[in-house]
Write a protein that binds this ligand. Sequence first.
Ligand code: HEM
Ligand SMILES: O=C1CCNc2c1cnc1ccccc21
Length: 290
Amino acid sequence: ALRVAEVEKGKTPEDFQQVYNAIAKKIIDDDEYDNYIGYGPVLVRLSWHSAGTFDKNDNSGGSYGGTYRFPKETNDPSNKGLQNAKAFLEPIYEQFPWISHGDLYTLGGVTALQEMQGPKVPWRPGRVDLPESATPENGRLPDAENGADYVRNFFKRFGFTDQEVVALIGAHALGKTHMANSGYEGPWGAATNTFSNEFFVNLLNEQWKKEKTEAGNSQYNSPSGFMMMPTDFALKEDNTYLKYVKKYAENQDVFFEDFKNAYKKLLENGIEFPEGTPTIVFKTLDEQEQ
Ligand code: HEM
Ligand SMILES: O=C1CCNc2c1cnc1ccccc21
């Protein structure tokens, strides 16, 4: 079904900047989360998972209807750990009850990314809450125990190119894996709450050893404490993906530009934004007086 954006009644870009600021300030206040990594990475992951159910073949799923708020989707095993991001956003929703859940989940990711020194991602409002009946079935999100062919095929459902896929997975510069959530663990050490091209630099420069986790998954570990999941590692095993991995490891500006475009496409996939829908480039807290 077609998803047409309808901006929340009477709301202006300034209203959405106020939501951005509330989320950004809460990220600063709740800095102890996940051993002081903070909520930034898990908010980015929530925005991706809210959009990652999209299927271009029937235009189902995706960020528009905000169906992550319903138990069936919240409890999808692929979404384990995202309850923390959901709980983080609940008081924001109470403060701004006029916002749709689809707009809230995507805005949470854009705010987190920009406050972690990532690129400015132009964002458009107007996602409209759909009823529980519109919640997609579980199992639409990717499984990390796979190689390059799986990754390429998986992202066909979104209409993404190889370049867009590599750029998007570069979000794994942020945060970490947690054994209780996904059966992977690490990386250890340095808090990864600043957006950069380090995922690609690590992938190319570290020495990797394939090991089994206690959950029976495979992961690649490096002596300096980094890790890669099989779908991460696949990006250097596939010649086409490897071309982009090298490009992004060599030039962070090019990575930021490509990530911004691919992330915007992910968050807006399947939505028709009518003429006159505002495109908002949010100011970071640093860029505002406060
Ligand atoms: C092949 C595609 C992908 C797979 C299989 C995958 C899988 C995973 C898994 C298993 C985790 C660990 C979750 C946990 O244990 O807490 C994770 C974390 C994460 N993913 Fe992905 N992911 C993929 C693509 C993406 C994309 C496209 C984005 C965003 C644009 C993204 C953003 C993140 C972030 C920010 C984290 C860290 C979360 C945290 O620190 O709590 N991932 N991913
Ligand atoms: O190399 C890194 C940097 C820190 N975070 C991650 C890396 C590699 N793979 C990941 C996979 C999921 C979440 C975080 C990471």
